[in-house]
Design a protein around this ligand. Sequence first.
Ligand code: SF4
Length: 366
Amino acid sequence: MKQTANKRQLAKLIQQVERLAPADKPLNIMEVCGAHTMAIGKSGLRQLLPDNIRLLSGPGCPVCVIHDCEIEVYLELARHRNVIIATFGDLLRVPGKKGSSLADARGQGAKVSVVYSTLDALKLAKKNPGKEVVFLGAGFETTAPTVAMSVIQAQEEGIENFSVYSLHKLVPPALEALLLDKEVKIDGFILPGHVSTIIGVEPYYFLAREYHKAGVITGFETHDILQGLVMLLEQIREDNPYVEIQYRRGVLPQGIPLARQVTARVFEPADAWWRGLGLIPKSGLRIRESFRNYDANKKFNIPEPYPNEKEESNKNCACGDILKGIKLPQECRLFGRACTPLNPVGPCMVSSEGACAAYYRFTEFG
Ligand code: SF4
């Protein structure tokens, strides 16, 4: 099928989904990428699919999965008089435990600079030799290689006032944590297109091998998502789960080994906190000892593991349950009332890739 499909082709795919959807039981299909959440919302697919196909948004929005204890660490860093926080804009409004964000910290005098690339963060460090520039490295396997490159470049150029606070998360360990959680019920995964571009197909094999779950690496056009669903439903119907690639124009089975090598040169896997999912073994990335001078944790003596505060901030915010697929955004009592994109209470409403933002924008609330 071409990159875009016409209405007839889409209608045919929907018919295939209807034909393959089991009549006797509902299926929970989780999309594990914020870009999929937005694409599904925008296309109106939820309304077009049979009632017994439930599309759940998983822990795929990089801003949403950052745990409160990590937010508190970078808010504390922002209070250092000598520190400039360099961050991508989507982190600016994410509230921490007490409801304040980097934007609030900036209003109170903290130096917070929105950058558009890691290169900008390095330039900021060069321009401000008397300050320490801390780049907030958030994101999944997709963003880690460019952040790693910035560390390598800083070392090569002898830029000593630059460091990274790594908030990076790895997708496969989070999927395993979901499957080990008794509250979570998932029949198959729409696997992330962008992350898979880097890691390829092999890291997902455990889904079928160890947990008997279906998985399809899927693209972002409406017809991609429908085709991915058809492939998932065929696997489920035949009770033959495996991991396959729908998004062949974007993902090679082997991923991009060079990008993984760059990441592995600078980072090593480490336990990481996730909103809703808690501490997951080897699900994050920390800077290796050989680059310790660029590790904000070491430079600023940030305790490891992170502060032992497992409680997340606003008890009324259901982001944690939404990221696990236990609740839908409209099941949060604040959704569309106390919590809107203009006045967000939790990260799932702040981020453009958050499930609450997508539901708000593309349902009757928007
Ligand atoms: Fe949290 Fe707002 Fe989403 Fe509710 S609607 S879960 S308060 S972000």
